[in-house]
Structure formats: C-alpha cells, structure tokens
Ligand binder design. Structure first.
Ligand code: ADP
Length: 268
C-alpha cells in the first residue's frame, strides 16, 4: 500500500526530515513536561519513544495532533509549521485551515480505541475519507474493505464497535487511521488497554504495516519486543529530555545510560 495519488497529497518518501521539534517546551502549571526538546524523524522511518510513565511521551504525540500547544519552540511537519516560535519569542500557532491540512497527513491511534459507537465498522472507516478528503462513497468503501482485509476483520464489517473485542476494535481504529492514507501514524500505547491475550493480534497487524508500507511511524509503547522489531530508532525519555537514542539493538542490548538500564531491567 503506497501513498499514490488518492485524495491526500503526500510528498514522496525519500528519507528526508518529516517531523522536527526545535527547543519545544511544554508546561502544565509548574510541571515542565518537555524541556527545550529537539528531535526529528525522517520520512518513512519508525521511531519508538520509551521511558517511564509521566516522562512526556504522550504529550509529544498530542502536540503533533495539535491537541495541546507548546509554551515555547517550533514544531514542523514536512514544510509546514504547526507552531512557530518567532524571533521575539512569541509563539505563532498556524491558522485553523493550515492545521487541518497538516492533520490530514497524520493519523493517530489511541489507547482507548475511540471508535464512533453509533456507527458500524464500515462507516467508522469511511466517514473521514468521505467528509474530509471528499472521496466518493464507493471509493471509500473499497478502501475500507481493503483495510479490513489487512487487519483481518472482513467478516465484521457490519458490526457495531460494542459487538467486537477490544483487540478487534483497536484493529478497526488502525484501519480507520490508515483510511486517510496519512504520511505519519502516531501510536499511543495502543495495546495497554487490552486483555493480554488480545495484544499479539494487534501488534502483528502493526508489524505487517511497518514492513509492507512506507508510512512514517512514531510510537509510544511498553512492548519492548515489538519496539525492537519495528523500530529504526528508539528514543529514551526521562523528565522531558531524550537521554539516549539509537537503533534498537544498541538501546536494548548496550544502553549507555544507567537510567536506560534501570528502566529496561524494570520493564523486561
Ligand atoms: P508519558 O506519556 O510519558 O506517560 P505524558 O506525556 O502523558 O507522559 O505526561 C507527562 C506529564 O504531563 C505527566 O506528569 C502528566 O501528569 C502531565 N500532563 C499530561 N497532560 C496533562 C494535562 N492535560 N494537564 C495537566 N497535566 C498533564
């Protein structure tokens, strides 16, 4: 599944920088959650954020979805600014229309699936492609059928979310995000609300997507085997900073920082 011309004008995947955080600071009251954070993700790469609870990982995904605003710094997706700190220190949020355009290129899957409860599986997936991208109903349904096959749920197309297991609902949520053909997929601890026996099915679908598509992935997870399998790069967070980063074989086998070692030995 490549990002061909399909109602979403994605730039080609060429390994160039797609996401950039420049000195991004985010506070909630007196709590500085991200502290002058710099990092970037190249197009087509799979980057995993690990680190203790409360270290700011989810906040990064929420900033990219413009669900929260930074206090300082610049966030860029492709050539577009989401937030732009100017020379005078004022933060210039991009206009609504501009943000909508950038967000079309970013899909997010949450811990709590967040499907539309009053819509059947098919409509959950076709709704945004029709209303936001302007696809015809037929085109959107064909796309939904292809994606349901990819996530192994073809026979559930006419069910409501409550008729599905948590793992199945999460796979619908993944299909729904992909139906927009986003350039970036943000995954926020997508298996942590699932019963243990349902986790593997969801991770297998994501492994498949990582292997067979050119989508850029930014993933927060506590599933370290999964992170090791899919990641090009792992970023270890602590207290709002990236304290260590590198390919998974380095971070998981030969971490340099004591804090990373402690975190991994507590979780593995
Ligand atoms: P992580 O994903 O690493 O567990 P989060 O990004 O969810 O961390 O949270 C980082 C910190 O920010 C936590 O201390 C959390 O309590 C705080 N936080 C997150 N969202 C809010 C919010 N909307 N209001 C106040 N504090 C928040």
């Amino acid at each position: 599944m490549k990002n061909d011309h399909d109602g979403n004008d994605n730039p080609p995947v060429d390994g160039s920088e797609l996401i950039r955080f420049d000195k991004v600071t985010k506070r909630f009251g007196s709590n500085t959650v991200l502290d002058e954070l710099d990092f970037s993700v190249a197009s087509g790469k799979h980057v995993t954020l690990i680190g203790p609870s409360g270290s700011g990982k989810t906040t990064i995904l929420r900033l990219l979805m413009t669900l929260v605003k930074p206090d300082e710094g610049t966030i860029k997706v492709g050539d577009n600014f989401l937030f732009h700190e100017q020379k005078n220190g004022h933060l210039a949020p991009a206009g609504e229309k501009h943000i909508r355009e950038v967000r079309k290129n970013i899909g997010m899957v949450f811990q709590q699936f967040n499907l539309f409860p009053n819509m059947k599986v098919l409509r959950n997936i076709t709704e945004a492609p029709v209303t936001v991208l302007g696809l015809s109903k037929d085109e959107a349904e064909q796309r939904a059928r292809d994606l349901l096959e990819l996530v192994g749920l073809t026979e559930h197309i006419d069910k409501y979310p409550t008729q599905l297991s948590g793992g199945q609902q999460q796979r619908v949520a993944i299909a729904r995000a992909l139906a927009m053909r986003p350039q970036v997929l943000l995954l926020d601890e997508v298996t942590s609300a699932l019963d243990p026996e349902l986790v593997a099915g969801v991770l297998d679908v994501l492994r498949d997507i990582a292997r067979t598509t050119d989508i850029t992935m930014l993933c927060v997870t506590h599933e370290m085997n999964f992170a090791r399998d899919i990641s090009d790069q792992v970023l270890m967070f602590d207290s709002g900073h990236v304290i260590e980063s590198g390919p998974p074989e380095k971070i998981f086998s030969e971490p340099e920082q004591d804090r990373t070692r402690e975190f991994l030995s507590a979780i593995l």
